[in-house]
Each structure stands twice: as C-alpha cells, then as structure tokens.
Design a protein around this ligand. Structure first.
Ligand SMILES: C[S@@+](CC[C@H](N)C(=O)[O-])C[C@H]1O[C@@H](n2cnc3c(N)ncnc32)[C@H](O)[C@@H]1O
Length: 230
C-alpha cells in the first residue's frame, strides 16, 4: 500500500510510514485529522490533473483506465442503483453508465465523496444526476436510501477500521440482496506478487462470492474487485 503523504510503497499491515503518516489510527481524537489530511492531498492532486481519469486518481492512458475499471462493470449483472463511494469527478459513474447500457442494463447512478471540489466536478459531469451526488465521509455518512450495488475501497478508512467500515456498508447501505464491490487498485511500483485484499476479507469472515481482475497492457494484474454479499 502507498503512503498518501510521501507516496512510498509499504507492505500490507504496515502501521506507520517513515514520514510519520499513520495507517492505523487508534486514538479516536486523531481520526478527523487523518481524514482531513488524506482528503486535502487527494483533492488538490485530482483537481489539478489534466484528464478525467487523472481527476479520478488514475494516471496513465485512457486505454489503461478502461482496462483497470471495466472489471467493475463486469460485476454488474442486473439493473438497479449503484453508489460509487469515492466518486471523485464522477468519471467512473459516467463510464459505468455507458458500459452497463451496452450490456442492456440500466443503472441509477449515485455518488459520494468527502472532497467538496470533486463533488462539484461530478455534479457538472453528470448534471442529470446532480441530486444523487452527495458530499460526505463514508465512515459516518447516513445513506438516504439503500442501493443494489455499492462500490468502495478499503483504504478510505485507517487499516484498523476496515472491518467495521465494510460491515456497516453491508448492513446499512445495501438492499437485502445487494452486492458490495470492494476494489483494490495497485500501481506498477507495488509488489504485484503479494496477496490481494480478497484474501484478507475472507480471513475476516466476509462472504466473498467472486473476484474479477483487470490487467494492464503487459498482462499484469493491477485491479481486483471483490464481490461481497451479506
Ligand atoms: C481513487 S479515487 C476513486 C475514483 C473512482 N471511484 C474509481 O474507483 O476509480 C478515490 C476517491 O475517494 C474519495 N474518498 C477517500 N476516502 C473517502 C471517504 N472516507 N469518504 C468519502 N470519499 C472518500 C477521495 O476524495 C477520492 O475522490
């Protein structure tokens, strides 16, 4: 995993980066500060980026974006509502609408992000759905409804809060027969031979019913979506 502050790569379960950034936050009083710092780093980088996919945190070419995000659309097998947690500028939602339409499915897109400037960009990108793009922190946001599909990454909360975070998404965000998609993205600078997050999720007792992977142009697995059901 990558330190958001200094971008150094670390083995999974590292507690603290050499720069001082904490992957584990045990003192509740430090939690807000942790979210504030990560939000500020991500928002300033994404807002300044030149392409829609870089404004969603994915460097490289459009082809690579498609290769490493289309696996999310493969996980969508029926029509319904889709909440993209960490929707950034809304580009993933926009692409998912097209990709699932091509499969004859109809998604009602919803977005959530804690970075206000990114939420505004997402509303501009998806004006027809601007009432469905929300500003909030997924750690404590109260959803106004339940969703057929919810996508998130585990790194949106400190490592030690991952299990309660994902459990809350399953119990409070999903429809009764809904599906949680936990995406794990990796960059070229990471050790790509390491275990993926789905192994940890299974060890933590989550019901991982499938995984779908995305590969870069050199055939390296750089994205894996864990399909989790309640
Ligand atoms: C890498 S981008 C994801 C973009 C797109 N959804 C995708 O999967 O490619 C991560 C986004 O998550 C947002 N984010 C991170 N932690 C969050 C949290 N706790 N609550 C809400 N948004 C969060 C960031 O502001 C950023 O826009």
């Amino acid at each position: 995993m990558r330190c958001p502050r200094c971008l150094r790569e670390h083995e999974e379960r590292t507690k603290r980066c050499g720069c001082g950034f904490q992957f584990v936050v045990e003192d509740e009083r430090e939690l807000q500060q942790w979210f504030d710092e990560v939000r500020q780093i991500l928002q300033s980088a994404y807002v300044a980026a030149p392409t829609p996919w870089q404004q969603s945190g994915k460097g490289g070419t459009f082809e690579e974006w498609v290769r490493l995000r289309i696996p999310i659309s493969e996980c969508v097998t029926h029509s319904g509502s889709f909440l993209d947690i960490g929707c950034a500028n809304g580009f993933l939602l926009e692409c998912l609408l097209h990709w699932t339409q091509m499969k004859g499915l109809e998604l009602q897109p919803y977005g959530l992000d804690y970075a206000p400037q990114l939420v505004e960009m997402a509303k501009k990108r998806l004006p027809a759905f601007k009432e469905q793009i929300f500003l909030g922190n997924s750690w404590d946001w109260q959803p106004p409804r339940r969703f057929t599909y919810v996508r998130t990454e585990a790194v949106y909360v400190p490592d030690n809060l991952r299990v309660p975070y994902l459990k809350r998404l399953l119990s409070e965000f999903l429809e009764a027969d809904g599906t949680l998609l936990v995406t794990h993205y990796r960059s070229s600078s990471e050790d790509l031979s390491r275990d993926w997050l789905d192994a940890d999720l299974r060890a933590d007792g989550f019901n991982v019913v499938n995984t779908i992977s995305g590969f870069d142009g050199m055939g390296r697995e750089k994205c894996r979506v864990a399909v989790v059901q309640p």
